[in-house]
Design a protein around this ligand. Structure first.
Ligand code: FMN
Length: 165
């Protein structure tokens, strides 16, 4: 199974989780960055406003073609209980994702709110089939027992819409 991990990370937590997952699963990594320059202040004001409204930021990648992958993992920091505008921009730029398996994860310092569910719904809206999701809290970023739960979700066999009893 070929897996790609697409993530946004400003201060490095989501990056650290994504890199651990890549080491454990052999996945390729794609880090997305905004062309919308945030300062600490504008991140807290404009960034949060854009996160709350689900607005996508313009990103460096013109498109993110996942045709060569079976599983698409998407990771985002939590901003005000939501995925970031940067990851929204990445989701908009996904190509050839219809019908593929997906896993959503977010990192947060304390309270993820509805961010995991919102991220999962955005992936479903692009035709991805979300086979699992998880929030990683600040204290868990180097907790490999916790992170291995995500590894298990990523490695879980997926049979599309077919229910296996
Ligand atoms: C603008 C902004 C809003 C945030 N909002 C939340 C929040 O609602 N809940 C939370 O637990 N952490 C919140 N955080 C903390 C980040 O989600 C957390 O530190 C995350 O792991 C950062 O990921 P990164 O290091 O990959 O950028 C916020 C951080 C920023 C910069």
């Amino acid at each position: 199974m070929r897996t790609v991990i697409i993530y946004h990370s400003d201060s490095g937590h989501t990056k650290a989780v994504a890199e651990y997952l890549a080491r454990q699963t052999g996945a390729d990594l794609i880090r997305v960055t905004s062309t919308f320059p945030y300062t600490s202040l504008s991140r807290a004001v404009t960034g949060v406003r854009r996160a709350l409204s689900g607005t996508p930021d313009p990103i460096e990648h013109r498109e993110i073609d996942v045709a060569g992958y079976d599983c698409v993992v998407v990771g985002s920091p939590v901003w005000a209980g939501h995925p970031t505008p940067v990851i929204n921009g990445a989701i908009d730029r996904l190509r050839n994702c219809q019908g593929k398996a997906a896993v959503a994860f977010v990192t947060c310092c304390l309270v993820s709110g509805g961010a995991t569910g919102i991220l999962s719904e955005r992936l479903k809206a692009r035709g991805l089939q979300v086979k699992g999701s998880m929030a990683v809290h600040g204290s868990e970023i180097t907790d490999f027992t916790c992170l291995n739960r995500l590894v298990t979700i990523i490695n879980r066999p997926w049979y599309g819409d077919i229910k296996v009893y």
